[in-house]
Design a protein around this ligand. Structure first.
Ligand SMILES: [Zn+2]
Length: 91
């Protein structure tokens, strides 16, 4: 069974009418992903469901462990652009 890294993106949780909603933020930029309304017994439970959804929209840097959006992810190196900038189009 593969080891699934813990989803630790910065987030803001809101609750409304008994539902939870999470907004996850890229570790580098202002990009966010907002989940749909989540029905759960507790905030902990809701976070687990939200993380399953949110992790599909972010990538984990294997060096600094931040979760970043696709735009800031260097998939060749499996790290973020801060740790290993992609080779630019100049040169
Ligand atoms: Zn990084």
């Amino acid at each position: 069974m593969p080891i699934i890294p813990e989803f630790t993106a910065k987030y803001i949780m809101t609750s409304e009418d008994g539902y939870f909603r999470f907004k996850f933020c890229c570790g580098i930029c202002e990009n966010t992903f907002v989940t749909g309304r989540i029905s759960a017994a507790s905030a902990d439970e809701a976070f687990k469901l939200a993380a399953n959804e949110g992790r599909n929209h972010f990538n984990r840097c294997y060096q600094c462990k931040r979760w970043v959006c696709d735009w800031h992810y260097n998939e060749d190196e499996m790290v973020c652009e801060d740790c290993a900038p992609r080779v630019g189009n100049n040169n």
